[in-house]
Write a new protein. Sequence first.
Length: 151
Amino acid sequence: MGQTEQPAPRNKHVFVIDGSVDILSMIRELLQDERYNVTTTNFVPRTWEQIAGLQPDLLMVDLVAGYRVGWDLLERLQLETLTRNIPVIVFSTDAKLLRRAEQQADRFGGQRFIIKPFDVDELLAAVNELVGTAESGDPSNDEPANGTFLA
């Protein structure tokens, strides 16, 4: 009797959108140290298509005062069947924007709302609460974490 081949376990994948390359680098390094696979971008126009194609386990989206693109992305993520069930952490340096996003979570999504600058432990706790640890749960999985920057 033949055995059914199981797909190889993979580390969980986090997709981060932020306008600051420095913030993206810091988050990528932090999450890779925890063994998450990480994709980052600071360019929003094609981001929905990238997210839909990659199907990450978690999204992190920065909202910036005076820019509509983050809001548009969050709204589309909620409207589209392919992406509406992906958990989202929304962060911003503007507390008013975070309150607005939280008050309209039905429209814009978001399960956690974090003010920047954020505490690293708070961010890691939010990631862990939403998707668990990076590893698949298979003790034989020693896959290293990888990171990708999309422009």
